[in-house]
Design a protein around this ligand. Structure first.
Ligand SMILES: [Zn+2]
Length: 428
């Protein structure tokens, strides 16, 4: 139990009792430690509610090569089945360049495309996923979330803001931030990292993998962390700080364990597509950079080059559409967004951009359909405001008020515009 009463001198005894009753005290099956534990149902519910929004905000699922997700989930499940804590484990690959992996309470785990390209073999992947399994199973993720909720730290807003900066170029078209999606980036402590390493190695060895991979992985991260500012690894290392201590402890543990499989060929085959597409993603990043520097012609040319290299990547069409939109070519922008939603209907950004553009072009039905899809994937103030306008125009006052109220909760220009709409309708 890391929940020290001494840290909370001002909480009343009644409140502490209430928290204890709500959470219950139990022995964690991974660590054998007594802890304040959330019920199984609470953890699964918490993880489920965050999983979708967290994925959307970080690029959505990687769908160009669906086999990769199947492979990663299989490797993850093969390790997770040795956890005594039986959670509904799930492993997804996110379409994000930033090398990162995370776990939500309830066993909901994600790994970015940008981390997969840095690993050498399946044993290293099993090590990453085993480590995340422990964060979920030993309730590190749950404790982090619960403590921040109890202490009322403004984690949610900060995480939402941070989540927006990854792949998205909000500045280009001014697409709104998510509403009420409490996406949470954990910052695990030293003891939690050591615990996740220690038990993670047990599970990967039980699954037949070589424990030396965990040592190599940590060495790799220590090496990469030396230049972290320039290579975008900050996020991974903020949530899972690498250290020489972890290298040493992993080595001590690995020395006592049997060698196992590496499955390098299988791993290299599984990641072949994302390796092949690295130049296309690099070109896309050049396009984003040029667009940010207002070099729109150059940005458009670069985005077209990225599309030529990988015509199935929806994100490339989203960026192309945003650039065209910045050039006031709304019809061409709409066409690019429409292709993006065909390539990947389940990414909110493509649907949102399509909906906003269709609304600008006066195509109300198409606008409403795309905006509703985007709103279900990730409720943003921009989608809410536009849906409010469409409902208002169609005389659906109740629905309009509902959407405007959602948008008005945000402290932004869109939020203020929604508040004005509500005042005009005498519903504020
Ligand atoms: Zn960790």
């Amino acid at each position: 139990m890391r929940f020290s009463f001494a840290l909370l001198p001002r909480l009343s005894l009644t409140l502490l009792l209430a928290i204890a009753l709500l959470s219950g005290c139990s022995v964690n099956q991974v660590t054998g430690k007594r802890q304040m534990s959330m019920s199984f149902d609470e953890q699964v519910k918490m993880g489920n509610s965050q999983y979708g929004p967290a994925q959307q905000q970080q690029g959505g699922r990687y769908v160009v090569d669906p086999d990769l997700n199947v492979y990663v989930n299989e490797v993850g499940q093969s390790v997770a089945k040795f956890s005594p804590v039986k959670l509904p484990y799930e492993f997804v690959v996110l379409n994000n360049d930033v090398p990162n992996a995370w776990a939500l309470p309830g066993g909901k785990i994600a790994i970015n495309r940008g981390l997969l390209v840095l690993l050498d073999d399946e044993a290293q992947l099993a090590s990453v996923l085993g480590h995340e399994v422990i964060h979920a199973a030993a309730e590190h993720s749950a404790k982090q979330m619960r403590n921040s909720q109890i202490l009322g730290i403004g984690v949610a807003a900060a995480a939402v803001a941070a989540g927006m900066t990854d792949n998205e170029n909000a500045a280009l078209i001014g697409l709104g931030a998510a509403l009420g999606a409490k996406v949470y980036q954990a910052h695990y402590g030293r003891s939690q990292e050591l615990e996740a390493d220690f038990y993670g190695i047990d599970y990967m060895v039980a699954a037949g993998y070589d424990p030396q991979a965990a040592v190599e992985l940590q060495m790799k991260f220590v090496e990469l962390s030396k230049g972290q500012k320039s290579n975008g690894l900050g996020k991974l290392f903020a949530s899972h700080p690498p250290s020489e201590e972890r290298v040493k402890k992993n080595q001590q543990k690995a020395n006592k364990l049997p060698k196992g499989k590496r499955n390098q060929a299988a791993y290299q085959q599984a990641i072949a597509q994302i390796i092949k597409d690295q130049p296309a993603y690099a070109k896309h990043n050049e396009a984003l950079l040029a667009a940010n520097n207002k070099q729109l012609d150059s940005a458009l040319s670069l985005s077209n080059q990225a599309i030529k290299m990988q015509p199935n990547e929806a994100m490339f069409y989203v960026t192309k559409g945003k650039i065209l939109s910045s050039q006031n070519k709304e019809k061409e922008a709409r066409n690019a967004f429409a292709i993006a939603t065909k390539k990947n209907p389940d990414y909110y950004m493509g649907q949102l951009a399509l909906g906003v553009t269709e609304a600008q072009l006066g195509n109300k039905q198409q606008a409403k359909s795309a905006l509703q899809k985007s709103y279900l994937l990730l409720p943003t103030s921009l989608a809410a405001y536009n849906l409010g306008q469409l409902e208002e125009q169609q005389g659906n006052t109740q629905n309009a008020v509902k959407y405007y109220k959602a948008a008005a909760s945000e402290n932004s220009n869109i939020g203020k515009a929604a508040q004005q709409k509500l005042r005009n309708m005498n519903a504020g």
